[in-house]
Write a protein that binds this ligand. Sequence first.
Ligand code: SAH
Ligand code: SF4
Length: 430
Amino acid sequence: MNVYDSGRIAVILENMGYKAASKVEEADLIIFNTCHIREKAAEKLFSDLGRIEIIKNERAERGLETIIGVVGCVVQAENEQIAVRAPYVNFATGPLTYYRIPEILQRIAAEKNICVIDTDFPAESKFDFLPQNKCSGGCSYLAIQEGCNNFCTYCIVPYTRGVETSRPIEDIIAEAKRLVEGGTLEINLLGQNVNSYHGEDANGKERNLAYLLNKLSEIDGLKRLRYTTSYPADMNDELIACHKDLSKLMPYLHLPLQSGSDKILKAMNRRHTSGQYLNIVEKLKNANPRIGLSSDFIVGFPGETDDDFRATMDMVEKVNYIQAFSFKYSRRAGTPAAVYPNQVEEKVKQKRLAVLQDDLFSRQLNFNKECVGKIMPVLFESKGRKNGEIFGRTPYMQTLVAKGGLENLNKIKNVEITSGGMNSLNGVIK
Ligand code: SAH
Ligand code: SF4
């Protein structure tokens, strides 16, 4: 979501006449987009800001002005800290108000030496105010839903991104068509809780994600569709059927489980049990036997015992994820779990994370190795690290490196997989 927001900010700035600087020392305007999901994000911001302050001072000695802005969830949660700890910051806006950057920059130009802080939760949607999104390559993000009403007891998102809102169907289809006209082949629909999408169509009728995916599938020229991140309890049968019926929908789904223990899931205020989750997985695998699943896990949530952790490991085994993110529980001030008793010791969290990751990574490696010898369609996105190499993604979101010229970028090519490591595949374009 932050990558998407940063892209939208870039379009705002381009429309104002800004161009991307090749080095930070040459930038007249520097904006940090921040995430507050786990602790340390704020500390990282302040250390990065300290580095930028030096650059700002050096530029000032050369008579150059540097405007520094901070955007995103850290601002929403810690705006007072920013003004106190980094007084050289010129503006800070939350994730819902960055569309106001043009007027903020005008104010700064007129009044000089002010720090504008904007952490409103505006009644209106930012999408009504943002300039039209531009295609930036073969693969584009498209935000369809923002905010969250689930209030998982560990999570800061409902407090920083606000209540859940869905964009209207027509707006999304128009944006998707513009992206495809610009060369996008793959659209990844985004939302904190994307599968609870319930936007209005042109007649004011509420429509769900399955309806939207069906509509988007009809766009000529669009080759691939994805959506992320889904909340398990909102995986309804209609949406599961899309994985059978829509050939453009990629056979990969990120479906965060968080924990395999029903006791912990309840304490997390997740509206699903491990049994219900397995039931959804079974239906998905019936809809598309080739589907690959990924997940997020939190270890060391308050009250998690060895048995609870074993239940998580059991679920990993049962679902056999092809990829997953895993985190140590991080206390977020203001969330209910931050003050739960039975907080788990750091060294226990560390140990459990290592055990879990060992298992997850070996599954990921196995899956990647199983792909060797197969031919997969790959959407090439960018130059590789080495000369003459290009980088792309398979339908399962695996990263792939192949030898090839830049004429292959933003195209889907059949690739024979020649080797597979933990983090990426190698292949030959056919
Ligand atoms: N809406 C998505 C997740 C968005 S946050 C969902 O419900 O699944 C992305 C991931 O960050 C979460 O899935 C969770 O695993 C992790 N996360 C969120 N808050 C966290 C916390 N306090 N400590 C550790 N991990 C956390
Ligand atoms: Fe956070 Fe996701 Fe839970 Fe919403 S559903 S509160 S974003 S973890």
